[in-house]
Design a protein. Structure first.
Length: 271
């Protein structure tokens, strides 16, 4: 069905249909497709997918979701199911409903201060460390597989995400949200390039649990070192060097783990 002139396009990353997944057709829905869900749970599945995209920074604060009719069609669910899913997200404070022109479902922006985010890190250091430990186990393997299975489109998407990180670094503190988004796209693209939907699902879930720490990253942490680490991973994947891709990804994640540990110290949390 064509999109109306005044209706925003449906962001490609919202789709639940594997064939339409912008990250190589390896979305979590594909992983779940061989395990049928009860009809009453479909709205929870939709809510989970949207929630993950908000936490990954793919749906930024202030962005208006497409009209119900279009979004329900794209997701392959009924409008009643979609409303139930949006109701969950509204109850969690992730979206709000607005009336009138420019209304609809709007993503609520997160305004967590660095001090608040660092305090959260101190409270959940063990949880975040386990998530990063999981990423250290699975993402080097994803990079290795991506070096064997990536397409030119994958490489182009990775290059664009690094360019987004570079722009975010230049913006300093104002670029934290854009850095988060570009970083998510980079890692999810690698997971998708593995062409393993279960691996993609694991990476997506792990990253979506780390959205709070991103609010703690200030200008000094958005340095070219991080961009250079991503660049090294991309070059190894482009060269088809699986060992190097895995090693460079492991190095990058260990550096990220050290950075989060520094941010979680009592001195950092105190501001």
């Amino acid at each position: 069905m064509p999109t109306g002139a005044n209706e925003p396009p449906i962001p490609a990353w919202l789709t639940l249909a594997p064939g339409d997944d912008p990250l190589g057709g390896c979305g979590a829905a594909e992983a779940a497709s061989d395990t049928p869900m009860a009809p009453t749970a479909v709205y929870e599945q939709v809510a989970t997918r949207l929630r993950q995209r908000i936490r990954l920074g793919l749906l930024p604060g202030g962005e208006r979701l497409p009209p119900e009719r279009l979004l329900a069609e794209q997701l392959g669910v009924s409008r009643v199911t979609l409303r139930d899913a949006l109701g969950i997200l509204q109850g969690e404070g992730l979206i709000e409903r607005r009336r009138g022109a420019g209304g609809g479902a709007v993503i609520v922006g997160r305004h967590t201060s660095p001090v608040e985010a660092r305090a959260e890190l101190c409270r959940q250091t063990a949880t975040f460390d386990r998530i990063l430990e999981l990423r250290l186990v699975i993402e080097p393997g994803a990079a290795r597989l991506a070096s064997e299975r990536r397409t030119e489109d994958d490489l182009r998407r990775l290059e664009l995400s690094i360019e987004g990180m570079q722009c975010a670094v230049r913006l300093g503190r104002d670029g934290v949200g854009e850095f988060h988004r570009a970083d998510s796209i980079f890692h999810l693209t690698i997971a998708a390039a593995s062409r393993n939907p279960y691996l993609y699902e694991a990476v997506e879930k792990a990253r979506s649990r780390l959205f709070t720490p991103m609010a703690a990253i200030e200008k000094q942490e958005l340095q070219q070192d991080s961009v250079a680490e991503h660049r090294a991973v991309l070059e190894a994947i482009a060269d088809g060097d699986g060992d190097r891709a895995a090693s460079d990804m492991e190095h990058h994640l260990r550096e990220a783990r050290r950075a989060l540990h520094r941010l979680a110290t009592p001195e950092a949390a105190a501001g």
